[in-house]
Design a protein around this ligand. Structure first.
Ligand code: OAD
Length: 251
């Protein structure tokens, strides 16, 4: 821990010195289930990879819409935890040092104080059309007829959430900005991700190859532990405040 605090102190002296990559474990202590936690209740018999795919949505749009509606509601009820807040406070204290990249589709980093978080997997609160709209002017999802899912009165198109599903490309600008941050940083913290989903999982290796020190924060082993110089076995809400509020980092 002491060694990582020293690295953090050094990183605060450089623009872009710190990159943080987060995954679902970041929001676990805010009460949002991680992606690979077994689904519960109504959803227990489904595989999340099936629900979070275009194929799964098309197979049963009502089921897909209801799953995301429940997740939206969970996120609305959740609050940023001590880890999100520690990142927000660090960002205010050290302008220009932190680039925060998340795989999460919730808005807890933004509510925790990092408005410019790079979102690799989209935003659960955004609505999009399932098919590319060919009408001119384009139909507006805000005017969709309510339903599960809502649909377009003009062309029948269905609304879907603005998240990246399995098999879909990540938003190019976000991926590029995340790669730039990985190549530029002195220190990368990788918090609460299983490292199972690419290309996000590759950012740790990119940072390492470009000379950064990589530190993983996770209570359990991840698939990218071998990329790390240090592994801190603890939770996001426990470990991040200890690191980011340490003497010399907090001032
Ligand atoms: P996962 O659900 O795969 O992994 C969650 C990780 O968080 C695991 O490694 C846990 O050990 C760890 N964890 C659990 N509780 C924690 C805590 N309190 N503090 C820190 N770590 C904790 O989630 P991701 O790695 O984010 O993509 O999954 C990556 C992507 O897979 C998701 O963004 C999602 C999914 O497909 C899309 O929806 C496109």
């Amino acid at each position: 821990m002491h060694e990582v605090v020293a690295l953090l102190r050094a990183a605060t002296q450089h623009p872009g010195g710190l990159a943080v990559l987060t995954g679902a474990g970041m929001s676990a202590e805010s009460g949002i289930a991680t992606f690979r936690d077994a689904l519960t209740g109504l959803w227990a018999r489904f595989d999340p990879a099936q629900l979070a795919s275009e194929e799964g949505y098309r197979e049963d749009p009502q089921r897909g819409w209801d799953w995301y509606a429940e997740r939206r509601e969970n996120v609305r009820r959740a609050a940023p935890n001590a880890g999100h807040l520690a990142l927000g406070a660090f960002h205010r204290r050290h302008p220009g040092v932190l680039t925060l990249v998340t795989q999460n589709v919730d808005d807890l980093h933004q509510r925790g104080g990092v408005a410019d978080t790079i979102r690799l997997h989209g935003d659960i609160f955004v609505d999009r059309w399932l098919e590319r709209c060919r009408e001119r002017p384009a139909c507006d999802t805000a005017a969709a007829t309510p339903g599960r899912p809502p649909s377009c009165a003009r062309c029948g198109n269905l609304v879907r959430p603005g998240v990246v599903w399995f098999g879909e490309n990540l938003p190019a600008a976000s991926l590029e900005a995340a790669g730039d941050a990985a190549r530029r940083c002195r220190l990368m913290l990788v918090v609460g991700t299983s490292g199972a989903v690419w290309p996000a999982a590759g950012l740790a290796g990119q940072a390492r190859r470009h000379g950064a020190t990589v530190v993983i924060v996770n209570p359990h082993p991840s698939e990218i532990d071998a990329e790390a110089h240090h592994v801190l076995r603890g939770t996001a809400a426990e470990v991040l405040p200890v690191l980011l509020d340490a003497p010399g980092v907090s001032s």
